[in-house]
Design a protein around this ligand. Structure first.
Ligand code: ZN
Length: 293
């Protein structure tokens, strides 16, 4: 990309980006300066996504809130057509976290939106509240429907909501001291055999859900999400004891999964996809189901 585009992505001026390439830019006055690597093509600089990401990571290493990956920046700018989602202005565009970063550490494009500095300030001050911000975001998506990419639809915000709702629904009264199953490395074939998991259902989970396990793991490991993660571990323990009590009623383990899913779904209709992915995750990565003979 050219300097102007990098400037747009960084919410900086062209001169600042130029300085970052030529001399480096200090994070804070007096600190070591960080350089942005670029190729020189004729009189132009050319910056690749990887180098910009590296620069962003280094420059904002003390400010994780601003450490937004390049592809997320691009996705948001494209969604907003390089305009402020509120006033349609095109100058000094910034990235706003609708779910505040202080509340939950994320750069989830589903919960972010592009705003100009003025409107951003109004949002931060609460003049434009989160509900209204979502309305503005929804309008962008109505005008320009997002491409149907599954990962973007699987958001941390949804996951968070789902875990809280599931926990409430299961009314866990005496949480055991929670196993905190720390993402075990599981011999999945052996586990399938022990649990009489059918190959078809296993393959379905693997192909449709496994690609999102990384995001769940990242979410649960993030210290900012510790409380939610604890709820999740309690859910896992509860599922396990339910399964242990009822397993004999079922032929194959997938029937257990289907039943859990269906009974939960009738009450958690909001986001069946996230629920499916989460349940598969509990089987693949955590303690749900038998691990040892
Ligand atoms: Zn604006």
């Amino acid at each position: 990309m050219k300097i102007n585009e990098a400037a747009q992505f960084l919410c900086w001026s062209r001169d600042q980006v130029k300085a970052a390439i030529e001399t480096g830019i200090e994070k804070r006055p007096g600190s070591l300066s960080v350089k942005l690597k670029a190729l020189t093509i004729g009189k132009e600089y050319d910056i690749c996504d990887e180098e910009l990401d590296k620069f962003i990571g280094e420059f904002y290493s003390d400010e994780p809130k601003r450490n937004i990956p390049t592809d997320i920046r691009r996705k948001l700018l494209v969604e907003a057509r390089y305009r402020c989602a509120v006033c349609s202005g095109t100058s000094s565009l910034e990235f706003h976290h609708i779910i505040e970063y202080s509340e939950i550490a994320h750069h989830d494009p589903q919960h972010m939106v592009v705003l100009c500095a003025t409107c951003h300030n109004r949002c931060t001050k609460g003049e434009i509240d989160a509900l209204a911000q979502r309305e503005f975001k929804k309008r962008l998506q109505l005008l320009y429907p997002p491409v149907d990419d599954f990962p973007a639809r699987f958001s941390w915000g949804d996951l968070r909501k789902l875990i809280i709702e599931m926990h409430e629904l299961m009314s866990i009264e005496n949480p055991s001291s929670s196993s905190k199953s720390d993402f075990l490395v599981i011999d999945i074939e052996k586990k399938n055999e022990l649990n009489k998991m059918s190959p078809e259902y296993y393959e379905f989970m693997r192909d449709n859900h496994q690609p999102y396990f990384g995001r769940i793991e990242e979410f649960l490991r993030n210290p900012a999400n510790e409380k939610i993660a604890n709820l999740y571990y309690e859910i896992v323990d509860e599922l396990n004891s339910k399964i242990a009590a009822e397993r004999d009623r079922f032929d194959g383990f997938e029937n257990v999964m289907v039943e859990i899913r269906d009974s939960a779904k009738t009450r958690l209709v909001d986001n069946p996809r996230t629920l499916n992915v989460l349940l598969s995750f509990t089987y693949f990565k955590c303690d749900v189901g038998r691990k040892n003979a």
